[in-house]
Design a protein around this ligand. Structure first.
Ligand SMILES: Nc1ncnc2c1ncn2[C@@H]1O[C@H](COP(=O)(O)OP(=O)(O)OP(=O)(O)O)[C@@H](O)[C@H]1O
Length: 241
């Protein structure tokens, strides 16, 4: 099956001349439509940086990212912004909700930016499922951290992008709310979306189709269809390595 996104040999360093810190050291991965991928690895191993570079939010120093046939290094900023709005979603660890907009307006934002019609029924249904249906008129500052996280995920799901990157999307949630979110992500994958989720939780990673292990700025291994125990054991080995 054709990849929906291919990342090849991504390299990225931060800092300046005397203090350059290499964060990505040649990270490569392929992502197929209808595939749920978990990214695991020790804190600071480069998961978020990989997702920012692979999603076109940040330019790598070198390497290639191809999305639906387009090499994003060849795109200028307006073209890249357009491609991102049409094809790529991102759930940030910090949620990135617009503080001056209500929850409803935040949920409608990606559709408006991409010139799509807002599906109000889908928005209501998902908000109710996520337990945020009563918060639609509030602004993000009037929500709990967990509610903000669910608004950010609902917003990304409703955008209906081909590829969705989610950086620890269940980090602020209790087990029951986390489970609802993971169920919705799975349904979205069944509908053909490709989801890439960074997580430290082996139980969440076990719901993905495969786990890619990020180690010291590269993709250092893969487990397909593994259970939570196997994933936890592999993660523990990596932390010790
Ligand atoms: N904008 C930046 N400027 C300088 N250093 C950065 C920047 N972004 C990330 N880093 C550094 O790059 C390294 C990898 O960070 P990254 O956020 O990608 O790791 P991570 O695997 O997602 O970690 P975590 O599991 O804690 O979220 C860290 O050492 C971090 O301090």
């Amino acid at each position: 099956m054709t990849n929906v996104l291919t990342a090849r040999d991504l390299r990225k360093s931060y800092g300046r001349r005397d203090e350059v810190v290499p964060v990505l050291r040649g990270a490569s991965a392929n992502f197929r439509p209808g595939e749920f991928t978990a990214l695991m690895g020790p804190s600071g191993s480069g998961k978020s940086t990989f997702m920012r570079c692979a999603s076109g939010l940040e330019r790598p120093d070198s390497g290639s990212v191809v999305v639906g046939g387009d090499e994003i290094a060849d795109l200028n900023e307006p073209a890249l912004t357009k491609l991102r709005r049409q094809k790529i979603g991102f759930v940030f660890q910090s949620y990135n909700l617009m503080p001056t907009l209500t929850v409803r307006q935040n949920l409608e934002l990606p559709a408006r930016l991409a010139d799509h019609k807002v599906d109000k029924r889908a928005m209501r249904d998902l908000a109710d499922r996520f337990g945020i249906g009563e918060t639609l008129r509030r602004r993000p500052a009037q929500l709990s951290g967990g509610q903000r996280q669910r608004v950010a995920i609902a917003r990304a799901i409703l955008a209906g992008s081909q590829v969705l990157f989610a950086d620890e999307p269940t980090g602020a949630l209790d087990r029951a709310s986390g489970r609802v979110v993971l169920d919705v992500l799975r349904e979205s994958v069944s509908a053909g979306q490709s989801i890439i989720m960074a997580t430290h939780d082996p139980a969440a990673a076990a719901l993905a189709d495969r786990v890619l292990f990020v180690s010291d700025g590269t993709i250092g291994g893969e487990l397909v269809g593994a259970d939570a125990e196997t994933i936890a054991a592999r993660s523990a080995d990596m932390e010790l390595a």
